[in-house]
Design a protein. Sequence first.
Lengths: 284, 518
Amino acid sequence: MSSLPPYATTGQRIWFYGFRVICGLIFFFLIAPIITIIPLSFNAENFFTFTPGMLALDPEAYSLQHYRDFFTNPNWQQPLWNSIKIAPMATFLSVSLGTLAAIGLSQSHVPFKGAIMAILISPMIVPLIISAAGMYFFYSRIGLQGTYLGVVLAHAALGIPFVIITVTATLVGFDRSLTRAAANLGADPVTTFFRVQMPLILPGVISGGLFAFITSFDEVVVVLFVGSAGQKTLPWQMFTGLREQISPTILAAATILVSISVVLLATVEILRRRSERLRGMSPQ
Amino acid sequence: MTDNTAQTPSGPVLAADGRPLKASLNRALRAQKIRALLLIAPLLIFILITFIAPIADMLFRSVENQIVRDTLPRTVVALDTWTNTDEAPGEDVYAALYYDIFEAAEFRNHSRVGSRLNYELTGVSSMFRRAGRGVGRFDTDIYTDQFTALDPAWAEYETWTGLMDDDAIRAALPETSDAFDTWIHITIDANDDVPAEEDIEDFVFTALYRDLSNTGYSGSNALLSTAADAVAGFESVSLRDQFADMDEDWLDPTVMETIKVYSPSYTPGYFLTAIDMQLTADGVSAQPEDRRIYVTLFERTLFMSMVIMGSCVLLGYPIAFLLANLPTRVSNLLLILVLLPFWTSLLVRTSAWKVLLQQQGVINDVLVWIGLVADDNRLQLINNQTGTIIAMTHILLPFMILPLYSVMQTIPPTYVRAAKSLGATNWTAFWRVYFPQSVPGIGAGCILVFILSIGYYITPELVGGRTGTFISNRIAYHISSSLNWGLAAALGSILLAVVLLLYWAYDKLVGIDNVKLG
């Protein structure tokens, strides 16, 4: 597949290059929408398409005005701060509880393991609109609807499956004799955990945490229902912006979010390779 | 035949501390289990409270219907004896309704029960709202006037408490004692007043009149005996006519029938509405033609999810195939092109499509520039099904590529080579040897995309317009706009059941432990 043998027939040659062109088009479909909005966000006009000036690469046609708007307009700054306040708290909750549980789940004799796993994974499986509806009904009953705590708890619940999955995956390759050796050398369980086990599973914990963070940072359906105007997050503001008065500042916000995703993606990739190296698996 | 075990010392094997080894082992195992459970417990409790309880609450709400019984308790009981549903019920039912609505109006509950019943019969909501204002102005003040004219003591609070302290009188005047208790309840709890300082409401005298004229009074209380003798000559007022004066529809048997049908604490009514059926006194029947929307909506959701799933397979399979057959270095680079959209905010991708697909957007501009489309005839790509399908295929494509890729990586290339060396053409080798081995990946990807797609809300809401929306959009509408939470919960429960079924299939096919991220 990687290269064409010299004896290939014409038909095979056409197929070989045709297939690559098709794949190229699909990659274009995947990536082009995200790339297109980046230059559009520097548009000097309030348009959502390339102006003739932009196509001619006229510097006058580009400007940072939408970014200025994003960083000065309270309609965007308030949601940005709310997102920054909510996501780390939710991540902290999911990571601390999730890591403990993942360690528990990776022990050799866990009763009802299947059922417990199903319950812990369920927030990822249940459609968001159903989680949002249920949480809206239930949190109104117990007075959490429309509060900061309510949104944090809801987001933490949504992030937990990702932490469980990534951390249990890291623990699969964990060598138990290391903790036994530590215990043998006189370390108590807490010291063993923090000095031996934790450093080894840290890449998994961090990438689980990043998943939990992006889940909360990106989440809009649940916060729409569980939150109130005081907890308006960045995606929520984008959602209202797209639905009601679509302004090009959304593109500036989107570009900033894309940069954040690129950074997170790079981090997760690096961590995954490091974890595989630590566990003695071949790096991909 | 020699028995070796007979040679060893009898009795169980002992551990170092002298306990039987089996017991010792069990104890260690139990300790291990408890330790594992203790580690899991905090998270399990957390998820049970923050996630499972809300889902359970939603399931409960989809059948819960206590509001009618709680707000109109007397009417519900009175309607039990009403069997001839061709004509409006008798005076007793309207008397019960009078007390119930009076009490509900004082506690401002009447409009809630009105909106609840309005989901089943349009127009009931306004009837209840008007009744809440109207019951206080009924002509029942003539009873008050006639009783106080007979004996001014009837206007005194002490007279009443004296009578109501006597259990025999309470038993003889059931409706009156109930009405009097209700009045006390309203005065103290709804209006924050002291009963002794307030005038007794007309409905208590109405109850007294009805009790005395229905069953008479044979006890020894002089005041009541005099009143019982006098009521025959009293001027009376029909509560049924009073309701009819307020709104003719109160005499419509369907209204009463609706109250009766929806009086139990739990009802399948919401679920029936969710599948375009309705509950009537004669049993379950189909909704009228013009009110059938949900089955169509479910069908559309399933159909569009299938289309999205299909396009994801078509676009995802070549990519996964390419990635799995390129050298690792190249494929890792190309994988980033798949992972970047996967990691990019959903809102970003949706806004990108919203911008690109507009009639004045980039795609139409390009098509016009190429000359495929005339400038005055730009394509309508957004706010319809096309928009939803394009945007969601793009959003869910990584969820198809990643499982396919991980399955294809495990297919040994030697099989295809063996097939070719045995004389198979490229196509046969692919179709008969490679493809069957990649089917598990297709299955996993399809179920994953399908599960994600049927529950989608944001993208259809933003690019779907009127024809490209899913069942989730209807659920959201019922939660936040129409406030018909019961129906939202029923629609949600049906969707949840479908998703869980698919999830079960996914677990059987792939195993939930094999879910990989990134």
